[in-house]
Ligand binder design. Structure first.
Ligand code: G3P
Ligand code: CA
Length: 291
């Protein structure tokens, strides 16, 4: 039976009850299966964010995708850390009491490597380190996982896009296999994402934010995804994004963040999002209809 005929028959059978159901919006992939689940800063509800332990925890949960944040030390090492300061997620204040405000850009890689990035989260993770990006992608590769890499605070680190792409290339992450479906580079900075696209047009990219629908054609020239906070979107917005063709000739996708509970996971799935970024990827995965 034709899909439209099935829908008409189903509506007739369900009667008015069907009209009360929330609208379900098609994903960019044509509504095949559940949204992709991405472990935000690794499985960061269960292990210290942006550490190798958080990658391992996501792997233990069979979560294929991890998200991270990339910044740079004073001597030019790319490291994985969310804040521009080391203060919240390491013991930098204790180890270097004279170095307030403990900006990562003011510390060498050797100094960052001394810090404990696990004890603030739990004594069980004492001794976890701030990983270099090289260490991080190596661990992701070992687990056969996929990477949603965020270029964080790029205005603080001139040239970080080129440097990041060079490291990814050196580590084998820009070959066809990775470009096809194992790597996405995103940023809150449109300039940064545009730079990534210009330097390596084969890399899938995402813009973090909720641009107006009128502005979407400009973004579609250099991104494949629009990745907004879940509170800023609706089914109508997701459908509007999907209507545009992204930089690689496919409908723009939507990965939304940061969803940590079942009800919100179901809500945004109903909106038709393509991906859900979560500190509790197991909770989100288990809330979704199986693919
Ligand atoms: O990947 C989305 C999310 O990471 C963006 O926000 O602040 O957690 O980096 P933030
Ligand atoms: Ca991030």
């Amino acid at each position: 039976m034709h899909a439209r005929a099935i829908a008409a028959t189903t509506t007739a059978l369900l009667g008015t009850a069907a009209l009360l159901l929330p609208l379900s919006h098609a994903r960019a992939d044509g509504d095949r299966g559940s949204p992709t689940v991405i472990a935000h800063r690794g499985a960061s509800a269960y292990a210290p964010e942006n550490t190798l332990a958080a990658v391992d925890k996501a792997a233990e949960m069979d979560i294929a995708w991890v998200e991270n944040d990339v910044q740079r030390t004073r001597d030019g090492e790319l490291v994985v850390l969310h804040d521009d300061s080391l203060q919240r997620t390491t013991d930098a204040e204790e180890v270097f009491p004279e170095r307030a405000p403990w900006k990562v850009k003011d510390f060498t890689a050797a100094e960052v490597a001394r810090l404990d990035a696990g004890s603030w989260f739990s004594p069980a993770y004492a001794g976890a380190r701030v990983p270099t990006l090289q260490q991080y992608v190596h661990r992701v590769e070992i687990h056969h996982q996929k990477l949603l890499l965020e270029v964080k605070n790029p205005e603080l680190y001139p040239g970080i896009e080129k440097q990041t792409l060079k490291l990814l290339s050196n580590e084998g992450w820009l070959d066809q296999r990775h470009l096809a479906d194992r790597l996405i580079v995103q940023s809150f900075s449109a300039d940064s994402v545009r730079t990534v696209h210009q330097l390596k047009p084969g890399v899938k990219t995402g813009f973090l934010g909720t641009p107006s629908v009128a502005d979407l054609p400009a973004y579609a020239a250099f991104v494949d995804q629009i990745n907004p906070s879940y509170g800023s979107i609706s089914g109508g917005y997701v459908s509007a994004v999907h209507a545009f063709t992204g930089a690689h000739g496919r409908p723009l996708e939507v990965f939304t963040w940061t969803v940590n509970d079942e009800n919100t996971a179901r809500l945004v799935t109903g909106y038709g999002v393509d991906g859900i970024i979560s500190n509790k990827p197991d909770v989100v995965r288990d809330a979704l209809p199986s693919a």
